[in-house]
Ligand binder design. Structure first.
Ligand code: AMP
Length: 564
C-alpha cells in the first residue's frame, strides 16, 4: 500500500482556502473538466500536433478518457503516482490529461534524468508505474525504467512508447482512442478528483540535495493556468510551441500546453529548440506563442541574423511572421539580449520570472519597452503577496534589493514529505523564500539581481551544489569539494568544481565526470571544469566562501581568454 499524497502535502490554512474560493480563484473543478469544456466548444479543431500526428479536440477527449480507463484496468487507482519521463511528444500530453481525469498523479521527471534521480523520485513518490520513450538519442530509457521498477517496491508497470519489450505496457496503445467516449466520460465525471486533491508533482530546482516534490492541486494549478493565460492573452486562436522540456512548469502551465488547451488553441510538440527545426515548425503551424530560456533565445537571434545575411538578395517569406509573443524565463535574460528580441525576431518579448513552487511574474504585452527589456515583470495575480526582505527578515523599501518571499493561491505552503526542509524554505506564517535576490521598482515590476541559494542555473536547468558535492565526496582522493557557477556566454552559467585532495593523490576532470556518470546522474549536472587547490577559502563563520570561488574561476576564465 502506498500512502495518500494528502498526508505528505502541506495544505493552505482553512481561512486562506476559504478566501481563495470566495474570490473565485479556486473553482473546485478538476483540470480534466477544463479540457472537456474546450473539447465541447471546438470538437473539430486541432488540439495537438507532433510531427505527422494531429489530434483534434474530439479525439483528445476520447483518448484521455479511454486512457484513464486503461490505467484503471492496469490496477492503478486515484492518487496513485506515475513517474513520467517523456520527451516533448503527444504521448506526454495525453498521458498527463488521462492522469488528471483518473485522479492519478504524474511525477514530472525530466528526460535528462538518469538512475540517480529517477530511483529517488520513484521511491519518494512511491510511484506505481513509470512511463518512458523506448530510446532517446541512443539511450535506452526502457532499460533504465525496468531497472527503476525492479528497485522500487511500489512499482509494478513500465509503460513504453515505441518498441515495447515483453512484459512492459505499450503506452501508445494505452493512449489510443476508445470505443465509447460518452460512457467513459460519464465514468470519470462521476469519479472526478476533488479540487484540493493532488493533480501532479512538479520538481523543485533544488538547493539542498535532490529535487523536492511540489504538490500542485487541481485548484491551485488551474488557477496558475488561468491567471497566466489571461496575462499572455491566450485564446482559441493561439498556436503554441514550447521548446523547453514540457515537464517544466513554465511550458506546461504558464500558460503553456495546458493553458492553450484550456482555451481551445493548438499545441505543437517539438523535442528540440534547435533554431532550424523550431523556425520551420513556427512557419508550418503558424505558431503565435512560444516559450524559451535565454540560452535558446540567444541561439535564435544568432541564427536569424546569420540567415538574414545569407538571404538579403532573395525574396524569402518570413518564417516567424505569425509569432506574436516570445516568453522568456528560467534564468535571467540580459537586458541587451532582451532589446534585440523584437527587432530581430519580430515578436513581442514577455519576460517571465517564476518557479515551480508557485509565484509567476510576467511583463505585460502592452508594457513600455523599458519594462519589457529591463524587468522580469510583476505577479500574474492580484492575490500574489510579495515581500522583499533583508537578512533579518525586515521588509525593504522599493528600489532596494533583498530576498523575495511570497504567498498566494497557487503557491503551496510546503514541499511533499519534507518537514525539515520546509522549516527552512517557508516562514512559520507560510511565506516561501525562493532564494532569489530581487528589487521591486516603484512601478511594481521586479528585477532579479542575483540569488542567495547554493544552486547553479545552467541555461535554466537547476543544479544543487550540495547534491554534486555529496557525490564528489565518494571519490577517495577528495578531502573538500565546492561546486560553484562559472560564467558562460551561452548558458549563463556552468558548473565548476573546486577540490582539495589527499596528499600524494591526483584527480582529473575526466575522473570526476566518469565517476558521476557511473553514479547515473543527469548529464547537465556533470562539472565542466575542475580546479584542484591547496586550500578552499572559508568565511568568518567557517563556511566555504563560494563568492570568492566564483570570482576566482571567473578571473581564471578571463585570464585564459575564455570569457565564457
Ligand atoms: P524552476 O522552478 O525550475 O522554474 O526554477 C525557479 C528558479 O529559476 C527561480 O527561483 C529563479 O532562481 C530562476 N528563474 C526563473 N526565471 C527567472 C528569470 N526570469 N530571471 C532570473 N531567474 C529566474
Amino acid at each position: 500500500m502506498t500512502s495518500h499524497t494528502r498526508d505528505g502535502a502541506v495544505p493552505w490554512p482553512p481561512e486562506d482556502a476559504a478566501r481563495y474560493r470566495a474570490k473565485g480563484y479556486w473553482e473546485d473543478k478538476p483540470l480534466g473538466a477544463y479540457i472537456l469544456e474546450a473539447a465541447d466548444r471546438f470538437p473539430e479543431r486541432t488540439a495537438l500536433v507532433d510531427g505527422d500526428a494531429r489530434i483534434s479536440y474530439r479525439e483528445l477527449a476520447d483518448r484521455m478518457d479511454a486512457a484513464a480507463g486503461r490505467l484503471l484496468d492496469l490496477g492503478l487507482r486515484q492518487d496513485d503516482r506515475i513517474l513520467v519521463q517523456l520527451p516533448n511528444c503527444w504521448q506526454f500530453t495525453v498521458l498527463t490529461l488521462a492522469c488528471f481525469r483518473a485522479g492519478i498523479v504524474p511525477v514530472m521527471a525530466l528526460p535528462a534524468h538518469r538512475q540517480f534521480e529517477l530511483s529517488y523520485l520513484a521511491e519518494l513518490s512511491e510511484s506505481r508505474a513509470i512511463a518512458v520513450r523506448d530510446t532517446i538519442k541512443d539511450f535506452s530509457h526502457q532499460d533504465l525504467a525496468k531497472h527503476i521498477a525492479a528497485g522500487t517496491p511500489a512499482m509494478s508497470h513500465v509503460l513504453v512508447s515505441g518498441r515495447v519489450d515483453q512484459g512492459n505496457v505499450d503506452l501508445d496503445a494505452l493512449l489510443a482512442p476508445g470505443g465509447d467516449p460518452i460512457n467513459a466520460r460519464k465514468q470519470f465525471d462521476a469519479a472526478a478528483p476533488a479540487g484540493d486533491d493532488t493533480a501532479c508533482f512538479l520538481l523543485s530546482g533544488g538547493t539542498t540535495g535532490l529535487p523536492k516534490l511540489i504538490t500542485r492541486t487541481h485548484n491551485d494549478y488551474a488557477y496558475n493556468i488561468k491567471a497566466t493565460s489571461a496575462v499572455t492573452n491566450v485564446t482559441a486562436d493561439t498556436v503554441y510551441l514550447g521548446t523547453l522540456p514540457v515537464s517544466h512548469n513554465f511550458p506546461l502551465a504558464c500558460p503553456g500546453i495546458l493553458g492553450v488547451l484550456f482555451a481551445g488553441g493548438r499545441v505543437v510538440m517539438l523535442p528540440s529548440p534547435e533554431p532550424g527545426k523550431a523556425f520551420a515548425a513556427i512557419e508550418r503551424e503558424g505558431v503565435t506563442l512560444c516559450t524559451a530560456v535565454p540560452a535558446v533565445v540567444q541561439r535564435w537571434l544568432e541564427y536569424r541574423q546569420e540567415t538574414d545575411r545569407q538571404e538579403t538578395d532573395r525574396q524569402e517569406t518570413d518564417q516567424l511572421e505569425t509569432l506574436e509573443v516570445l516568453q522568456v524565463g528560467g534564468s535571467r535574460l540580459a537586458d541587451e539580449i532582451a532589446r534585440k528580441v523584437k527587432p530581430v525576431l519580430g515578436a513581442t518579448l514577455q519576460q517571465v520570472f517564476g518557479m515551480a513552487e508557485g509565484l509567476i511574474n510576467m511583463t505585460r504585452l502592452d508594457d513600455p519597452e523599458d519594462v519589457v527589456c529591463t524587468t522580469q515583470g510583476r505577479p500574474v495575480s492580484e492575490a500574489d503577496e510579495i515581500r522583499i526582505v533583508d537578512e533579518s527578515g525586515t521588509d525593504l523599501p522599493d528600489g532596494v534589493a533583498g530576498a523575495i518571499l511570497t504567498r498566494g493561491p497557487y503557491t503551496p505552503r510546503g514541499y511533499y514529505r519534507a518537514d525539515e526542509h520546509n522549516a527552512r524554505a517557508f516562514t512559520p506564517d507560510g511565506w516561501y523564500g525562493s532564494g532569489d535576490i530581487v528589487e521591486r521598482r516603484p512601478d511594481g515590476n521586479l528585477v532579479v539581481q542575483g540569488r542567495d541559494k547554493d544552486m547553479i542555473n545552467r541555461g535554466g536547468e537547476k543544479i544543487s551544489a550540495e547534491e554534486i558535492e555529496s557525490l564528489v565526496y565518494r571519490l577517495d582522493a577528495v578531502t573538500l569539494a565546492a561546486a560553484v557557477s562559472m560564467p558562460d556566454a551561452l548558458l549563463g552559467e556552468k558548473l565548476c568544481l573546486f577540490v582539495t585532495l589527499k596528499p600524494g593523490t591526483a584527480l582529473t576532470l575526466s575522473d570526476v565526470q566518469e565517476s558521476l556518470r557511473r553514479t547515473g546522474v543527469a548529464a547537465f549536472k556533470i562539472p565542466e571544469k575542475l580546479v584542484v587547490v591547496d586550500e578552499i577559502p572559508t568565511t568568518k563563520v567557517g563556511k566555504i566562501n563560494k563568492k570568492q570561488l566564483r570570482e576566482e574561476v571567473a578571473r581564471m576564465l578571463q585570464a585564459s581568454g575564455n570569457t565564457g
